[in-house]
Design a protein around this ligand. Structure first.
Ligand SMILES: C=C(OP(=O)(O)O)C(=O)O
Length: 932
């Protein structure tokens, strides 16, 4: 009997209420686990039809929408409120403070302070595009209101219909970058207005550019093989087009008559449009490539390759403009010159192994660079090669014929430099750098293709080895005269730190410590090598969330966290200039630039961080380096042991990957021969950091933020408590754990482990009165035995639980999971149970291809539901073909509605429950504030 709507809702309420009132009550199968308790009671009520699937859907939507609203409020607070007036006021204060801090109040000092790039906002397409575009837009809109709304806009689902393509990611990035550029213009306006009142004669010569935008969308090819050089060039040309069009519209907006400037711009725009439409679709059509080459070469001058070519005309335009248009034009000029011929600067990336492969081939260097025993010989050889290298010409024919990723990427840069923008340096990031040999090899490749002085080679330190030994890597490179000469010529030395990868191997808190230590060691190295006149660029790639390195509570804290005042002070003492770069990653990161209000507020926070005097320079944590070293190495030890624990890979690889949608065009595993052959992961390194962390969040345990903390705290309970309250640096790091604990729940993790434990199903079978259900429980038990994860999972759980207990013992008021997060997990556990029970009702079928009952159950236990349903659709078809045709005989009975019952009672509900499982994932993401 189906109950009416009111009584089913009150039944639902009473289950939820009893779960809260008696959190520890339960049957033997439930144990004392309230999460499992709610899940089982909900499941029973659903079975008895006391509640309906529609009730569950409504409950999930309600919880999801509440989480959406909370996320909008958090975003609003994160940037410190979001009104344009407040932003402008903050920026005016920043400009005034800069002018007042110039010791003799001279124009030259002011100019010097605002003319160097000090910060870059780097827009990356990390796959965190978890929400549909309208939901992201609604979130940003809600967060931008002076008072965020009380009611969430209704969307049937918050999920995307499909993962974004590279093209869509590029569009979203370009929109976010445009808003970032508008916000940078607000900063430039404030700086120029301040200067105009103080130095009315001189201000027009200023080109303020303390903050710039950079992008790697379309240019990051680390671990992915789907981006061709033609894609990179097409997207880079589009960035050029946006930049030219931006300048054109800024000039038009001021109603300026500058015919020569406008004409030059319009001719360049027309050329670039033509070039974009001629970009080949791939390498196979050599004629198309040759045609594209012809356009690039013949239109090189008209399409412009130096932004500075327009500077003379821009200056004249500013001078002859009416007073009200002069500042807006000066702002447009500053933004244009700072960014060169692109809406944003360009970062490309590839993996260290790709550089090694290229050099091994070309120079016949056969030793393994990762083997320290071969290192010295290899370093000598590459240094000799660097002395002898002479550039070869690059044309599209060479690009077409090169089979190596490194060769193609370097030649693509050579073409960018020749035909798109000859002045703006291109950052060349090398993932997983673990030796100085990699840097010298990259320099050799760049020299070979004639672009050494146009690129900024940067190691990415992200592996444990690199974090521990980073300074040796840098020193190996600095010992090379060719490397030192290169650094001096370009005037910069660049580093990238990957917070997400570092954090998942050594723990997020320990990674922070190791990265800070490495920054200080790099400083000391530069002093030792007498390179204080070189600008250091530190680029932090970090996700938006707790487990990937962006501070969870405030933008201002995020900047202090990434660039600690202690390190800044050290650089200031020796006069080494330091530029910070920070990633805004994928859908989640673009939210901070999701509306003009949010972009303005984000930018104002960056400007305040750069220019307002540091509030607090003293921090007691630095007086006890032994404590820090020991505390963070305990965390790192704990996390490393967990990473090597087979139960951890089992946890990540069981049904975790099925809980999340694919959230970007980048594959969830680094593309390589090895990743192609493994079905279920056997080590976390087979996943990339974002899915790794997203799965942990969905399983209710942010291990990469929490593991090892208990052991560390147990070793230093008193010092921990002292620094927790007295050290801003330590406190900021603990904020990650604080947030991690509000969305981690050992009872949820235990429920997941239980679900995968055959013993749990045996217990349930023992208690069960109904024969059909008992049979289903027993059959699930047998299928789980075959999956064979349970013993390892239980060991891993004990490791996590023991560490967690130690943490709770020492940190009495450590936060606990929010009840609504726990409830979402409980509903999902119930849905998983229901799906598994439905699977037990699939009738016998003959194997089809390799798909038989056993295979089906293994897939279902891993929640690979879409693939299973696709197979079952073939095995149990619903229609049998064109039955209304005339077959020239008396009509026989038609098997209509064949397998309808299976579809109605098993497959359709299974599909709906699976969709709901993923909707819950979005609701959990809203609660956490990010994906991954
Ligand atoms: C650099 C990183 O990201 P990824 O390598 O996943 O792009 C990181 O943050 O670790």
């Amino acid at each position: 009997m189906t109950m009416d709507n009111t009584s089913s809702l009150s039944r639902l309420d009473s289950i939820l209420a009893s779960a809260t009132a008696h959190p520890d009550a339960g049957t033997a199968a439930e144990g004392t686990n309230p999460v499992m308790g709610i899940a089982l009671r909900l499941g029973e009520a659903l079975d008895r039809k006391e509640i309906s699937q529609t009730d569950i859907v409504s409950l999930v939507q309600k919880l999801r929408d509440e989480a959406f609203l909370a996320r909008a409020r958090k975003l609003h607070r994160y940037v410190g409120g979001a009104t344009l007036e407040a932003t402008k006021e903050k920026l005016r204060n920043v400009a005034r403070a800069i002018a007042e801090a110039c010791p003799t109040g001279s124009f030259a000092e002011y100019q010097a302070r605002i003319s160097a790039i000090q910060f870059a906002a780097v827009f990356t397409a990390h796959p965190t595009f978890a929400l549909s575009n309208p939901v992201y837009a609604a979130l940003a809109e809600s967060a931008s209101q002076a008072i965020p709304p009380q009611e969430a806009p209704f969307f049937e689902t918050h999920r995307r219909a499909a993962p974004p393509t590279l093209e869509e990611e590029f569009t979203l990035a370009a929109q976010a970058i445009t808003r970032a550029r508008d916000a940078m213009d607000l900063l430039a306006t404030a700086l120029l207005e301040e200067a105009a009142t103080r130095w009315p004669q001189e201000w027009t010569s200023l080109k303020p550019c303390p903050v710039i935008a950079t992008s790697w969308v379309g240019y990051d090819t680390d671990g992915r093989t789907d981006i061709g050089w033609w894609d990179t060039l097409r997207l880079r040309l589009r960035m050029k087009l946006f930049q030219l069009m931006r300048l054109e519209s800024q000039i038009m907006h001021e109603g300026l008559l500058a015919p020569e400037l406008t004409e030059k711009l319009q001719r360049a725009i027309a050329c670039v449009k033509e070039q974009i439409s001629a970009v080949p679709a791939g390498p196979s059509d050599a004629q198309a490539v040759a045609h594209f080459a012809k356009l690039l070469v013949s239109q090189r001058n008209t399409a412009l390759t130096h932004a500075a070519e327009l500077d003379g005309l821009l200056k004249t335009a500013i001078k002859s403009a009416p007073p009200s248009a002069r500042i807006p034009l000066a702002v447009a000029r500053a933004g244009f010159l700072a960014h060169g011929l692109g809406l944003a600067h360009t970062h490309v990336r590839l993996n260290a192994s790709q550089i090694h492969n290229f050099v091994r081939q070309k120079l016949n260097l056969l030793d393994d660079p990762n083997n320290p025993a071969h290192r010295r010989a290899l370093l000598n050889q590459i240094n000799e090669a660097l002395e002898a290298v002479t550039p070869v010409p690059v044309d599209f024919g060479a690009l077409l014929s090169d089979p190596s990723s490194a060769g193609r990427l370097m030649m693509t840069i050579a073409q960018m430099v020749k035909f798109i923008d000859s002045d703006t340096p291109v950052r060349f990031l090398i993932a997983e750098t673990e030796t100085g040999y990699t840097l010298l090899s990259a320099l050799w490749v760049a020299s070979c293709f004639g672009v050494a002085d146009k690129i900024e080679i940067s190691p990415l330190f992200e592996t444990e080895d690199a974090l521990m030994n980073g300074e040796h890597i840098v020193e190996e490179a600095l010992r090379s005269p060719a490397w030192r000469a290169y650094i001096r010529r370009i005037g910069r030395i660049c580093f990238q730190f990957g917070y997400s990868d570092s954090g998942r191997y050594v723990g997020q808190l320990a990674a922070t410590y190791l990265i800070e230590r490495l920054r200080l060691r790099i400083h000391d190295l530069l002093v030792r090598w007498d390179m204080q006149d070189i600008t250091v660029v530190f680029f932090d790639t970090h996700g938006e969330s707790i487990g990937r390195g962006a501070h969870p509570f405030r933008m201002a804290d995020r900047l202090d966290y990434l660039s600690p005042s202690h390190v800044r002070a050290r650089f200031k003492t020796t006069g080494i200039a330091c530029r910070e770069e920070t990633a805004f990653q994928g859908g989640d990161g673009y939210l901070l630039f999701g509306t003009p209000e949010l972009a303005g507020a984000t930018l104002a926070t960056i400007a305040e961080n750069l220019f307002l005097p540091l509030q607090q320079e003293e921090d007691p944590i630095y007086d006890q380096p032994d404590f820090s070293a020991d505390f963070f190495s305990s965390i790192s030890e704990g996390m490393k042991k967990l990473v090597e624990d087979p139960g951890y890979a089992a946890l990540l690889g069981a049904f975790g990957p099925s809980l999340i949608d694919r959230t970007g065009s980048r594959p969830p595993a680094r593309q390589s021969a090895e990743s192609a052959t493994h079905k279920r992961i056997t080590h976390p390194s087979q996943l990339r950091a974002i899915p790794n962390n997203a799965i942990l969040q969905q399983l209710g345990w942010c291990a990469n933020t929490l593991q090892g903390l208990g052991a560390a705290v147990r070793r230093h309970p008193e010092t921990f408590e002292t620094f927790r309250t007295s050290s801003p640096r330590f406190h900021r790091a603990l904020d990650f754990a604080q947030h991690g604990l509000t969305c981690s729940d050992d009872k949820v993790l235990k429920s997941v482990v239980c679900l995968l434990d055959p013993g749990f199903w045996l217990d349930r079978a023992t208690e069960e009165k109904t024969p059909a259900r008992r049979k289903a429980f027993l059959s699930l038990m047998q299928d789980l035995e075959k999956l064979d994860l349970s013993a390892e999972l239980l060991t891993m759980f004990r490791r996590i639980q023991a560490d967690h207990l130690a943490l709770r013992e020492a940190w009495k008021h450590a936060p606990r999971t929010e009840p609504q997060i726990r409830l979402l997990h409980a509903i999902r556990i119930m849905l998983i149970e229901q799906i598994w029970l439905l699977a037990c009702r699939v009738p016998f079928f003959m194997p089809r291809g390799g798909f038989n009952h056993d295979v089906m159950m293994q897939h279902i236990l891993c929640l690979d539901i879409p693939a299973v349903l696709e197979e079952l659709e073939h095995i149990f078809p619903t229609s049998t073909g064109p039955t209304n045709l005339d077959f020239h005989e008396p009509r026989g009975p038609r098997e209509e509605g064949i397998y309808e019952r299976e579809h109605r009672d098993i497959f359709v509900p299974m599909q709906q429950m699976f969709e709901l499982i993923r909707e819950i994932s979005v609701a959990i993401m809203h609660n956490i504030g990010a994906f991954g």
